[in-house]
Design a protein around this ligand. Sequence first.
Ligand SMILES: Cc1cc2nc3c(=O)[nH]c(=O)nc-3n(C[C@H](O)[C@H](O)[C@H](O)COP(=O)(O)OP(=O)(O)OC[C@H]3O[C@@H](n4cnc5c(N)ncnc54)[C@H](O)[C@@H]3O)c2cc1C
Length: 296
Amino acid sequence: MRRFELALPDTLEACQQALADGPDIKVVAGGTDLLPQLKNGVLRARKVVDLSALPELKLLEQAPDGSLRIGAAVTARTLELAQPVRDHVTSLAEGASVVGSYQIRNLATLGGNLANAAPSADMAPPLLALDAQLVIAGPKEPRSVTAADFFVGVRQTVLAPDELLVEIRIPKPEPGSGGMYLRHTPRRELDIAVVGVASQLTIQNGRCTRARIALGAVAPVPLRAHKAEERLEQQAITPQLIEEASKLAVEAASPISDQRGSAEFRRHLVAVLTRRTLTTALERATGTSGKRNGAI
Ligand SMILES: Cc1cc2nc3c(=O)[nH]c(=O)nc-3n(C[C@H](O)[C@H](O)[C@H](O)COP(=O)(O)OP(=O)(O)OC[C@H]3O[C@@H](n4cnc5c(N)ncnc54)[C@H](O)[C@@H]3O)c2cc1C
């Protein structure tokens, strides 16, 4: 690996000063994406800013309104185990629980997963389905974007080089909500998603008041299947309706064929995983799985 200067700021201000110090600066959180990229020459950095001493980025708390505030450097392993995450935003705990191995999950952070912007990132679809907001700090005032607007292309986000993803905010799902994330991988362990789907439903008085379906690894960016969501909203959800929504979700996908699966196989998986995640989300929302509000 080429030599680089390492900065270890312990305040956000010092971090921003370090980031303002000219071109070719990269931040590192867990390093599970960045270090391989530096080693194999995909990326070059003159200076690397390590985020591990910033307490704000390790925050994980429930705000008084019930929403979750998650610091960008919270690890996948923490999210997989944290009770408020498992209870209220189950699909995120499920997305976190499939990242790499225990060793990887102990290093891999939520912010790194999002900022790396791989189409297959497992923690992205749950955040789209949960209407998460991403808080970004930079030289100007902090700004906030929706998870859906954060991604602009393969490994490209709205982050400017001198900006930092600080926090992820997830509104508290309403009573009668449930969600699920599922992915397909050819190998059971240490593989990336060929397709990943997160679904989130809110059921009130027997009708769906809110439906979210987010797809990963089937387009340059994770995206919502809006037509499929609209098919479900204001309806009493039946297996027939779930089947229809699953077919509509396929229309949102524009997958590629590669060595890990053909475009046709990926489209098939979108329908299968959408059907399965919606069915479980419905059970969790209505308590028919014995696990109300999506608790796992
Ligand atoms: C063996 C292996 C298996 C893996 N399996 C999976 C898997 O199953 N699913 C999956 O989704 N991923 C997987 N990954 C990828 C990786 O582990 C995750 O994407 C992880 O969440 C990245 O987090 P990190 O903290 O390690 O990021 P880092 O490597 O530290 O950073 C990644 C990128 O994000 C930027 N960055 C990090 N934090 C911030 C921030 N707060 N603000 C702005 N930019 C930031 C960095 O500059 C870098 O460009 C795997 C990786 C390995 C090595």
